[in-house]
Ligand binder design. Sequence first.
Ligand code: GLY
Length: 315
Amino acid sequence: MAPRRPIVVASKNGATALPAAMEILRRGGTALDAVEAAARIVEADPADTSVGRGGWPNILGTVEVDASIMDGATRRAGSVGAVRGYLHPISIARAVMERLPHVMLVGDGAMRFAREIGAERSRLLTPRTRGLWLDFLRQVRETPRSVLRRRELAPVVMRTVRLERKGTVNFIAIDRSGHMASAVSTSGWGYKYPGRLGDSPVIGAGNYCDERYGGACCTGFGELALRGLTAKTAVDRLAAGMPPEEVARAAIRDVNELDAPRPAAMNIVVLARDGGYASATNRRYTTLEKRERRRFSVMTSDMSEPLLLDRTLVR
Ligand code: GLY
């Protein structure tokens, strides 16, 4: 394969990690190494409340993280869900792909495997996210003790549906050899029911990469991408010859047809094998400050810093 111009496409919160990912690609590193390294940076950043350390806790105040990684060359994939106390779920997901005959581990099994491979432990709940969780409990007339003693958590979790407490980070890369990979990491739905998994660890829902055509990853209300198998459907549309911009729009149109409580934000980034990219969202932000949240990021090897672009709004 002729040498290719490396590129990484990410959700907006991935922009800070793009220079490090691009450095790996410029040096001839693999797309798989680049997306894993980028996800690790966001996972370790306590300022990002939707991923890794500093991510939203579940309704009981425990941060449970999910991640997945996919090698577009082989379509091998690894993922983990509902992992507690480990800093880099993306690296545990990669180890599932590379060291086990499995694709997905969750909960106690995933944590046992994390221990086996010597994955780095960390306290994921920060004073800031604990404070926000306590604020939420106050709003619904609960305390850490009362919620722990509840026989039914469902009524409290139902109060989280309209909260803007969702988010995730996405990365899709093409390396100099033309190989592709994608990575997704998240703390999932803020104040979720313990054990809830969203789209991020489910291959085909929040993450899919097949370098014969391209890759797609999602952020937002994961239940929608689970119901629509959004990432795989997007790659199928690339395979059918649809341009990335149309693919991204079609993905959000599909999501918008599902019945869901509003706001049910969904966003997608798409990277085609030829380097064409696009992103779309169904989230209409009215203020300039909030519009910032509607962006995605991209970096190619000839850029000195990432570009932030507006996602296409699909109503
Ligand atoms: N999109 C992330 C989640 O729903 O968990």
